[in-house]
Write a protein that binds this ligand. Sequence first.
Ligand SMILES: Cc1ncc(COP(=O)(O)O)c(C=O)c1O
Length: 402
Amino acid sequence: MQNVASHILSDRIMALSESQTIAMAKKGRELAAQGFDIINLSFGEPDFQTPQYIKDAAKQAIDEGFTFYTPVPGFPALRQAIADKFKRDNNLDYAPENIVVSTGAKQSIANAVMCLVNPGDEVIVFSPYWVSYEEIVKLAEGTPVPLQGRLENDFKVTPEQLESAITSNTKLVMYSSPCNPTGSVFDEQELLALAKVLEKHPQVYVIADEIYEYINFGGKHASMASFDFIKDRVITVNGFSKGYAMTGWRVGYIAAHKDIAAACDKMQSQITSGTCSIAQKAAHAALLGGNESALEMRDAYRRRRDLVLEIMQGIPGFKTNVPNGAFYIFPDVSHYFGKSYNGQIISSALDLSLYLLTDAHVALVSGEAFGAPQCIRFSYATSDDKLIEALRRIKESLAKLQ
Ligand SMILES: Cc1ncc(COP(=O)(O)O)c(C=O)c1O
């Protein structure tokens, strides 16, 4: 078959980057298919199975014939259960009309950005950021404005930084907490200080991505929407992928002012309609079952975080924060830039991650895609044995660099 010439494809798709996390996972799988023993620490997903009671609810939904289109923003009982979850976990009052269920939190974010951003609007993205934020903003013809959190400050953006980044063109601020890729978690006071800055700029909206809410090793989860003076301008994103180990089911959601929710409903109605009816029933059961299974998984991630941190202390040249949530660690590896092995010079995090893939057979994701070209992301959502072996191999490969 002939290749489709690039001039046939739209400028929109030509300007879009492939997701680096997905690209690295693909490379790792290719090498594994060639027979190499690859340890894949590039995945952004839990290694746990979806809890059985959730799977059972999906089976029941099929048996009961729940196989038709649902309303676009989700079936009513699920939207109500999500509103109840916001009350139970976050002390936030929402009605079903504020909730839109989508095909993963990724679609929730895309809907919200498409509904809020006009061409040329600036979107402040706290950096390091999740890979898709920038690309989604670009799809909406907005201008992403990365705002760099420093490692010394746990990668967190400060209120002063936020204030100085806001211009008359700023429309939106986006961040995740707990954060992918840094594992940083904003506490209530830190969010309040940021919200106070935004209070002075009423044209600025916020996408608060809380998808790792249940994977928080510190105190209580804090939500930007909990501050009444800004609540109507906050779109809280959450979902089932991470907390309930349901990545493949594709269920995410937003809570937002009813006009924004209605706009997202309209956007979604022309693109995908409601997400899979069976997955919605599974998500409903997940919420009714509480968050106990999620908290058990969190405890496993915390143990692994401690294990990885301890081993990393013995790897020369890796500088990291102490991640307080999610399941990633994001060391600064710039110590190795300029070094080489067998004539192969490492001049970037991408070079180093490719070297570690080919020499140590460990797949990681380099920081360029997260707005931090001096770092590499490790996902520790895998077994202790694999983590120990991966870090042993990495240490050995790094020691060869001169
Ligand atoms: C910060 C963040 N937001 C959103 C998502 C998307 O999640 P979902 O699987 O619900 O689309 C991810 C997935 O990696 C993520 O890390």
